[in-house]
Design a protein around this ligand. Structure first.
Ligand SMILES: Nc1ncnc2c1ncn2[C@@H]1O[C@H](COP(=O)(O)OP(=O)(O)O)[C@@H](O)[C@H]1O
Ligand SMILES: [Mg+2]
Length: 465
């Protein structure tokens, strides 16, 4: 906006300036020599100064009778009302003895002719009046006039001043854009940094995931499948952030949710599950988003049988929970067929039972859910899970939205570990440096690099450090 606004304004001003007809200005300087003032016989008579005399002449020069004479002399097709707009008469400020007559016209010869004719008609007219006056008693002897410089053919137009117009438009456009930018920034409620997240919503940041265009073909969204990639490193950092945030509780069941849809819950849950499995944990990824199920799409599966079937129809877990061949240690439970009452299903005793059973068999259970602010599903699950993370889309999710989501989670007593800043744009972002830092390839990416927190409890001094 800051670039486009001034450029657009400047180009428009340039085009308009070129399209406008050029205006020329002719000038005449006329010296006025006021006659000696005769002492007035009346002591109350106002004294007349040279300044007043010049002002009177200046006025006279722009009155219709004189202008009509000029129009008649030159045979112009205009009226005195029109012509007066082209004529400017100003008494010289310093000498008070000179009148500057400026005439503007789109025709350069006409501007010169009008200026010269106006002055000669003016002198003629004033002389006539003065002759008549000298007959009367209390008169001044005549003022005399000298044309200091007659009007010549003007060379360059005075307007439009293309350079000035373009410059003014550019500056005006820039100021407008800056003003708008400040206004937008003021009105912009979107979250951009960790500091904002902490200060305004009270959530700690567990990690950042850069904006990454999904790969082509099946499983394109599983950006962590290439363990050497920056993306995998970002999710590994997130994994560390999450595991250490739950030091006190040994998080095993993790609800991945967000305030609104499309912020990246499903993609984050999937990739987080992959990096947990890659670290050697037996991990289950469960799609509990019956509103917009996504894990079957991300893992290129069919969704004919899954979570809903386990809960409603007691489908065997061995049939519904399937291993992901591309990632050892990773199991997937898709949503299954969509039930009419998702919230009740997720809040049912059967669901709790299932999760309890799964927790006994897996190191981690990652649960993808619908948005908190839209439906109650995530809050229901979060109420009895020991860890919940909120995905926040940088530059899009707003403070009020995340604040509301956190409030809803707090209300059910959820253990909100913090937030993941997702779709972080590297350019102009303060996190760009970190991604450069992560670029160091690992010797053996498949080796477990994080110990399960359930087993490893750092000492108090290590935690404080
Ligand atoms: N880090 C990211 N970079 C780029 N695109 C992303 C990222 N995370 C998610 N997306 C994309 O955003 C869209 C919504 O993501 P999804 O995980 O389905 O969101 P949600 O489950 O919150 O509705 C998808 O097209 C997904 O590929
Ligand atoms: Mg989703």
């Amino acid at each position: 906006m800051i670039v486009a606004c001034p450029l657009l304004a400047a180009v428009t001003a340039g085009v308009v300036s070129f399209a406008l007809p050029p205006v020329y200005e002719a000038k005449v300087d006329l010296a006025v020599k006021p006659a000696q003032l005769l002492p007035s016989t009346d002591p109350n008579a106002p004294s007349i100064s040279a300044t007043t005399i010049l002002a009177t002449y200046a006025l006279f020069m722009t009155e219709p009778p004189l202008l009509n004479k000029v129009i008649a002399d030159l045979g112009l097709k205009t009226t005195s009302d029109e012509l007066v707009k082209q004529v400017k008469v100003t008494p010289d400020a310093t000498t008070a003895l000179v009148l500057h007559i400026n005439v503007q016209d789109t025709n350069r010869a006409r501007s010169r002719d009008v200026a010269n004719t106006l002055v000669s008609e003016f002198i003629k007219e004033v002389n006539q009046i003065q002759q008549a006056e000298t007959q009367s008693t209390n008169a001044r002897s005549g003022d005399t006039f000298v044309v200091l410089s007659p009007a010549v053919l003007p060379k360059n137009p005075v307007s439009p001043n293309k350079a000035l117009n373009v410059a003014v438009a550019f500056v005006a456009g820039l100021l407008l854009a800056l003003g708008l930018a400040l206004l937008f920034d003021y009105l912009d409620q979107s979250i951009k940094s960790d500091a904002e997240l902490t200060d305004r919503v009270g959530l700690i940041s567990l990690g950042h995931v850069p904006f990454l265009v999904a790969g082509k073909g099946k499983r394109g969204e599983l950006v962590t499948l290439d363990a050497q990639s920056h993306a995998a490193e970002a999710y590994r950092a997130l994994r560390t952030g999450i595991l250490f945030s739950g030091v006190e509780r040994s998080v095993k069941q993790l609800i991945v949710t967000s305030a609104e849809m499309g912020e990246g819950k499903s993609r984050t849950a999937a990739n987080l599950a992959v990096v947990l499995a890659q670290a050697g944990y037996k991990t289950l990824l469960m799609d509990a988003d019956f509103r917009r199920p996504a894990q079957h799409r991300i893992f290129a599966r069919v969704r004919n049988i899954g979570l809903s079937n386990v809960i409603i129809q007691d489908a065997a877990e061995e049939e519904t929970i399937t291993a992901v061949d591309a990632v050892p240690n990773l199991w997937l439970l898709t949503s299954g067929s969509i039930p009419p009452n998702p919230s009740e299903l997720l809040g049912s005793g059967r669901m709790r039972e299932l999760i309890g059973h799964l927790l006994a068999n897996f190191n981690y259970v990652i649960i993808d859910t619908p948005p908190v602010n839209a439906v109650t599903d995530a809050a229901i699950l979060a109420a009895y899970a020991n860890g919940t993370i909120l995905v926040v889309e940088q530059g899009r999710t707003t403070f009020p939205a995340v604040g509301r989501a956190k409030q809803l989670l707090d209300r059910v007593g959820a253990h909100t570990l913090g937030a993941v800043m997702n779709k972080v744009r590297a350019s102009g972002s303060s996190y760009a440096y970190e991604y450069g830092y992560y670029a160091t390839p690992q010797a053996d990416p498949s080796a477990p690099d994080v110990e399960p927190l359930a087993r490893v409890k750092p000492s108090r001094s290590a935690r404080n450090a």
